[in-house]
Design a protein around this ligand. Structure first.
Ligand SMILES: *Cc1c(COP(=O)(O)O)cnc(C)c1O
Length: 368
């Protein structure tokens, strides 16, 4: 008999973007600043300065346990979103919240519905709780919500929709969302994962929080990792009806969110200018990348988020070749898109470095 349970050994670990320090070590590069990481949809502008100041100040009381209820942050978010504080839970990144939701609702004999090219963590969490994953084909690399509603079975507990979706950068609109919500049977909770929502101009942001206010069976997940530039601090939140938030509070660990992250997130939330600047940087960067792809004659998937899929032929090989040139992107074979790489929008000069490296690979024949 093996020392570790078989089903645990069969779980697939998440493959994260390669860290800069690791790549520098591997390539024997002395100056890690010469490496461009465009692999994890981080904010190329960095954190808000206000968030940094708040984090520094919070360090002074690092000997104290954090507020296990994140009171101040939940109050501020409630005001910001037009919700009640008891409709909010804070997590160690929204990834933790996905796992907590899984813990509450999933088990052997249950299933989840997701799109086949949606964020892979949903499937990993389903595996973790021994639930079955029903992966519904996307249409034009966009969630097919009608097909997903039809895929729901009596055993389905959760439907996950990343909107905008990672890694495709596509989104579903208000009408489709509403039609979908009317079709989903009452034994199912819908998880709207809105990790990139703040990048959209406010009129384009789907009004899914409305369903929370209406006490419908939804979770809306958001994060401080992307637009707010705090990925390294690990903090995100879930908005849901109070009974669902209460359930998450029962299963989460007492101090799941550290004090530095709480303080930084609170300050980041108030720094609207940083969010505005980030939106502009991303919009300009997407245009820069699209122009570059057009000049190279490469197909891409138009994106509303801070990353974009580009078709390069042998994605894994191009990823490796870019890596050896000090540019980290993400291969997409795990998403069934082996001809693509996903690149995060960087600063103007980072995008330029990436495009130059692509052009080199093109002239060397690595990219057809
Ligand atoms: C990045 C991302 C997240 C989560 O990030 P955390 O850092 O755990 O908050 C969640 N969902 C999607 C779709 C993402 O792309």
């Amino acid at each position: 008999m093996s020392r570790i349970p078989d089903w645990i050994q069969q779980l697939t670990p998440y493959e994260p973007g390669r860290p800069i320090s690791e790549v520098a070590r591997e390539l024997g590069i002395e100056d890690p600043d010469s490496i461009v990481k465009l692999a994890s949809n981080e904010n190329a502008l960095g954190p808000s300065r206000k968030a940094l100041a708040a984090a520094r100040a919070a360090l002074r009381t690092a000997h104290r346990y954090p507020d296990g209820n994140s009171y101040d942050l939940r109050q501020a978010l409630a005001r910001h979103l037009g919700l009640d504080p008891n409709q909010l839970a804070i997590g160690h990144g929204s990834n933790e919240l996905i796992a907590l939701i899984g813990q509450v609702f999933l088990g052997p004999g249950t299933d989840i519905v997701m799109a086949d090219r949606a964020f892979v963590v949903y499937r990993l969490v389903a595996d973790l709780f021994r639930a079955r994953t029903i992966a519904v084909p996307m249409r034009d690399l966009t969630h097919d919500l009608d097909a997903m509603a039809r895929a729901v079975t009596p055993h389905t507990r959760l439907v996950f929709v990343a909107n905008p979706n990672n890694p495709t950068g596509t989104m579903v609109g208000a009408q489709e969302i509403e039609r979908f919500m009317d079709q989903v049977p009452p034994h199912v909770w819908v998880v709207w994962d809105e990790a990139y929502i703040e990048l959209l101009p406010p009129p384009m942001q789907p009004a899914t929080l409305r369903y929370v206010r209406e006490d419908r069976r939804v979770f809306v997940l958001r994060t401080f990792s992307k637009t707010y530039g705090l990925a390294g601090l690990r903090i995100g939140y879930a908005a849901a009806p109070a009974d669902a938030i209460d359930a998450l509070n029962r299963v989460r660990q007492p101090f799941n969110v550290n004090a530095i992250a709480q303080a930084a997130a609170l300050a980041a939330l108030e720094d609207r200018e940083h969010v505005e600047r980030t939106r502009r940087m991303v919009a300009n960067g997407l245009r820069q990348l699209e122009r570059g792809f057009q000049q190279l004659g490469l197909e891409y998937v138009p994106s509303v988020a801070n990353f974009i899929l580009v078709r390069v032929g042998a994605g894994r090989q191009v990823f490796q070749q870019l890596l050896s040139r000090g540019v980290i992107v993400r291969p997409m074979d795990a998403y069934g898109l082996p001809e693509y790489v996903r690149v995060t929008v960087g600063t103007r000069s980072e995008n330029r470095r990436f495009l130059r490296a692509l052009a080199d690979l093109r002239s060397e024949g690595v990219i057809p």
